[in-house]
Design a protein around this ligand. Sequence first.
Ligand SMILES: [Ca+2]
Length: 98
Amino acid sequence: MTTLLNNDLLESRSEFNRGYDFIDLSSIDSDLGRNGNQAFDFIGSSSFNGAGSGQVRYYHSGSSTIIQVDRQSDGNRSAEMEIQLNGLINLTSSDFIL
Ligand SMILES: [Ca+2]
């Protein structure tokens, strides 16, 4: 098993094998406005809505899957981080460690 982890505004590209690889965001605090480390909410392909803790979404672009992460720190509902995966993958919450 491999995990992908990005702590900053990084873009990474990697082969992603479902059920074997996971996108590990668990060490990233999704909400800087609250004490402790809050988990992200996976919202599928929906747009960021700023509700609750930070959110994770994805979309397809060309032959890639782009994961976007919005921390609940600025309320701007735009991604602070993106992760690009090769291939068109319909991600679910089980592909992540939130
Ligand atoms: Ca926090």
